[in-house]
Design a protein around this ligand. Structure first.
Ligand code: PLA
Length: 432
């Protein structure tokens, strides 16, 4: 009714109809201004690289931005064990909701990977765990849980870390502190500074630790260093939250890559852990992962799990079913599990081979710079030491896409592009 009067007012431009028209227009303005203050968000430093890559028409373009595994032809990979699991599942899967906490079978198999096949904690039902929306979702639910039950706590995050860690704990309103991790001069671990930060943090602080294949640096503590870190955590009664997004990608063996966690367990820590099947099973878009918290006893684990579920319920209600079924089908069958282990090793080995190839290519070109860190670092990434300006040149002049912190996703390097990549890096670094 009001709008009809307003419309007439607009047409005739007279009398009360005219003011009705004015009111309508200003009303319309206020409606359109609901989102008037919204500015475009900053581009994501990692996923924004993929967007830019996709928009580039150059036939020479190379994407070594996001940590997504490619075969030697640069193609995304669906693992054979996943294909076989899909074949077995086909037709038998219903589309019912999973319970709020997710697939019990998938969670059980996943916990065995982190805590050990014969873990006493699993037998004693001391681990509160829910299926999570991959590693990101696991971290986020944990951060919300931390905020809800220990609202005065903070989280210590390594420098540098996966950029999204900052967003996750920020959005959960948990204050962030940092601790030393990478030593730029040696391109290795700044162990002394790390230990100082652990010692100087208030007793009972929360620390975020990368369980293996640290992103973005590719630098992990040695076993001995992990033991010292664990010991000091015990002295200080700190809480270790392990983000394990690359189990299998460091050494090629998921069991070996769980070593840091096992050391903390041996030392009697009550840890938290985020696990992801994005990388090690190639289930990126399926969003399968697990959040677990080791508790004092079964009773506590039941309580903690119920609260984790309660955090998930208003957020996404329950997790997706298909990826979880793929995982439980693979890990629940010894033959398929063996095939998976072989395929994880295959992916890790191809990356290690590409590290050698990239370094050799740079050295053959006569690069005056040291490149040993390419082969010393482990996991999916090489923290090259290239500056943001040099990365911009790689992108603008050579159509090579990577994050501006100089991180190269070795998983995107292939026999076909390694020469081109090495040459471009040499061209932009040879003058020093
Ligand atoms: N934790 C770390 C340390 C990661 O590097 C990533 C993914 C995740 C968690 C989350 O992975 P998920 O949610 O897919 O399981 N990091 C990627 C992708 C591979 C990304 O930024 O989302 C990366 O390129 O750094």
């Amino acid at each position: 009714m009001a709008s009809r009067t307003a419309l007439r007012g607009l047409i005739t431009g007279r009398g009360p109809a005219r003011s009705a028209a004015a009111a309508f227009i200003s009303g319309a303005r206020s409606i359109s201004s609901w989102w008037g203050a919204v500015e475009p968000a900053a581009k994501d430093p990692i996923l924004g690289v993929t967007e830019a890559f996709l928009a580039d028409p150059s036939p020479h373009k190379v994407n070594v931005g996001v940590g997504a595994y490619r075969d030697d032809n640069g193609k995304p990979v669906v693992l054979d064990c996943v294909r076989e699991a899909e074949r077995r599942i086909a037709g038998s899967q219903n589309m019912e909701y999973l319970p709020m906490g997710g697939s019990v079978k998938m969670i059980h198999e996943t916990l065995k990977l982190a805590y050990g096949e014969n873990s006493e904690f699993l037998k004693d039902k001391r681990i509160a765990a829910i299926q999570a929306l991959s590693g990101t979702g696991a971290c986020r639910v944990f951060a919300d849980f931390q905020r809800r039950f220990l609202p005065d706590s903070q989280i210590y995050i390594p420098v540098p870390t996966w950029a999204n860690h900052h967003n996750i704990w920020r959005d959960a309103h948990v204050p962030q502190r940092t601790f030393h991790y990478y030593h730029p001069e040696s391109r290795g671990l700044d162990f002394a500074a790390l230990m100082d930060d652990v010692k100087n943090a208030p007793n009972g602080s929360f620390f975020l630790l990368h369980a293996c294949a640290h992103n973005p640096t590719g630098v992990d503590p040695t076993e001995e260093q992990w033991r010292e870190i664990s010991y000091q955590f015990k002295v200080k009664r700190h809480f270790a939250f392990f983000d394990m997004a690359y189990q299998g990608f460091a050494s090629g063996d998921p069991e070996r890559d769980a070593k840091a966690i096992r050391i903390f367990l041996e030392d009697g820590h009550l840890i938290g852990c985020a696990q992801s099947y994005a990388k090690n099973m190639g289930l990126y878009g399926q969003r399968v992962g697990c959040l677990s918290i080791l508790c004092e006893d079964e009773l506590q684990a039941v309580a903690v799990k119920s609260q984790l579920q309660q955090i998930a319920r208003p957020m996404y209600s329950n997790p997706p079913v298909h990826g979880a079924l793929i995982v439980s089908t693979i890990l629940g069958d010894p033959e398929l599990k063996n095939l998976w282990l072989k395929e994880v090793k295959g992916m890790a080995d191809r990356i290690i081979g590409m590290r050698t190839a990239l370094r050799e290519n740079l050295e053959k070109l006569g690069s005056p710079l040291p490149w040993e860190h390419i082969t010393n670092q482990i996991g999916m990434f090489c923290y090259s030491g290239l500056t943001p300006e040099q990365v911009d040149r790689l992108t603008n002049e050579y159509h090579i896409y990577m994050t501006r912190n100089g991180r190269i996703s070795m998983a995107g390097v292939t026999t076909g592009n390694v020469g081109y990549l090495a040459n471009a890096i040499h061209e932009i670094t040879k003058s020093g």
